[in-house]
Design a protein around this ligand. Sequence first.
Ligand code: GLA
Length: 777
Amino acid sequence: MITIKGNAFRLDTGNTSYLFKITSFGHLEHLYYGARLAGYEAASGLSQKRTVPMGCTILYDSSDELYCLDNLYLEWSDIGRGDYRQSPTELKMPDGNFTSDFVYYSHNVLSGSVSIKSLPCAYNADQTLVVTLKDKCHNIFLDLYFTVFEKTDVITRRAVLTNKGDGLLSVRRIMSLSLDLPDEDFRLLTLDGGWIKEAHLHERPVQYGITVNSSTTGNSSSRHNPGFMLAEADATQDTGHVYGFNLVYSGNHYSLVEKSGRDIVRVQTGINPHCFDWNISPGECFETPEAVMTSSERGFNGMSHNMHSFINEHIVRSHWKNRERPVLLNNWEAHFFDFDENRLLELAADAKNLGVELFVLDDGWFGERSSDKSGLGDYWVNPKKFPGGMKAFVQKIKALGLNFGLWFEPEMINPDSDLYRSHPEYAVTIYGRTPAMGRNQLVLDLCRPEVREYIVKNVGALLDEAGIDYVKWDMNRNMAEGCSPVFNNQGEFYHRYIIGLYEVLSRIFGARPHILLESCSSGGNRFDLGMLCFSPQVWSSDDTDPVERLKIQTGLSYLYPPSTMGAHVSQSPNQQTLRRTPLSTRFNTACFGCLGYELDLKRLSQEEKEDIAEQIAFYKQYRKILQYGTFYRIKTYKSNKVVWQSLSQDRTTALTGFFQLLSTAAESDDKLIIADLKAGLYSVKNRPRRLYLKSFGELLMHLLPKEHKSDGSVFGAVEADPAIADCIQEFECSNRALAKGIPLPTQFSGSGYNENVRLYGDFGSDMYIARLKNAET
Ligand code: GLA
């Protein structure tokens, strides 16, 4: 709800309030952002109380010796009038100066969201406040948008700069959000990494000066995700004040946190000013992407819950919004480029038998693409691999009872392709320079209308002709040498590319909302809210090792819900790390996301196949909770444990993934914590899991129910009967005891074995299911 009283604006969501006011000189002073305030707080109480002038400051106006922009908490600020902190803009004004001074002009309250012409944004808001500022000397206007999403405790912000003068306005920097907060001894948390190690959580104290979280690769990048958090020093998963920020944008992003000498913490996020230079001609405007912010007093989990609901309700759209996502099998790690129709059909038939719902054909089906050296750009189906064409192949897959998905990398071109031979000008290169290559490919120039047309027409035609249900949209190299002949000012390239990408995506998938789009960029190189406006799920990482995934999915879970994370079970030893892990742990990790399998099923034993069939049946039973339930990172007191929980909306069913990293000798007692259940008595049990006896080596002679000789016949027996069930656990407990944590059975420690010993070793795990038995009256 938006309330305006006098010169003060108040924005309320269910649990938060955000206040600012117009100062006597027309600037916007930030007053408050945090837990919801009762009644109407007088702005005078929240406003800064300056009583004496500070030394060494520049006065904004000599009529007021206390008014100094550098000391104010501001919603926006300028260069040149005494605020020496980072300005959200760097504008070369029509008179050639860098000084601007935007002050209050008017405001307007609108119902709902206001869409952005060139970019995707959140939808179905409650209200939007637009405060228009005008530069004191030029006819340049700045609209600041504040959009309120009450139920999810999110407020978004963005800016539109309009040139109503008659000279050229050059924009070198314009942020979507600038906000000054009082320091709470903040920690800054970011998600950083790279290929196969995306979204690792890092934190550092906010210190004096500027810390930047940004990308310059042309995409939002796995180096630094655009989302970040500010947490008061002693915030925990469940307590304390945490702010979350994100940006609805897939290109070069930039965020900063700057602590000033007066302990004011400035937060900004927007398009990266790196190589950015945009001209606004008279009569034109520039729209920034939308920045997202939330505040929670319920620690990191509370902040995440706001972000998760916001994404599920206001970012993800299409037919797939809030719908259960299919269990898929992707053939990439099974075949790479080495397949034909028969191999694929064999894999698909096995997948169907295990309960898979969607068969995804990855790279290598088109053009002359038998390796990553050629073929990108050519959308014709390779007749050697598919003699009857794609449609006939898809019909065979559908006849098995499976839906069908296809991989594309539409933004790229190999020099060794028909497309490049006929249209070398479609690639992003600089005349006279040897192009910088990545994975043997160049980027297609999406700033060119004819390139966008080529992609929309060719991808769209195949989707319709073959009846495709799912698309994996990949993007496997960073940009370099960004330039396009479409415009003279090359400072516009990176942003115009992203506008072009969004146009292509909305033309292809807006017209086909039934298609489930999964975006991918060498794994999670483009895991951002911009892509999520088009693709309800994103391939989180090329790393399918569950131990690595614990880090990756934990990191992502701070700002993105499980329904957005593609997560697959693959072979062991893992193809990225060579680590060996139990099949149960691979599943227990992947099931806290959109589950898929990515392995050659024919290499599995009968036992393993049965295991997978049971996993898929279990996932289908609890899929709604695992994809859309309330997700918790449960505190652990041991550094070798990771615990995740998903809670049903009615809080009567919880699924808990209890993971052990490296085992320790004589591991001390473990306890199971289940948070936030509705009051009552619960039955708790673990999902039965098989232990494959080969992993026990010679020790298996002590574990097997019958006696075996160690002369080789043991291994014959192991082949025939290779798995036993691990410790079955079943308890009855109240929600209160579970919130505190109940003891789990002892782990194996070399001193004996019976069926009540938990056999974890390195990377063992359990999945616990808690269900309400009797509600408390
Ligand atoms: C990228 C993707 C993989 C796979 C390959 C195919 O690396 O991240 O999942 O699709 O491309 O070339």
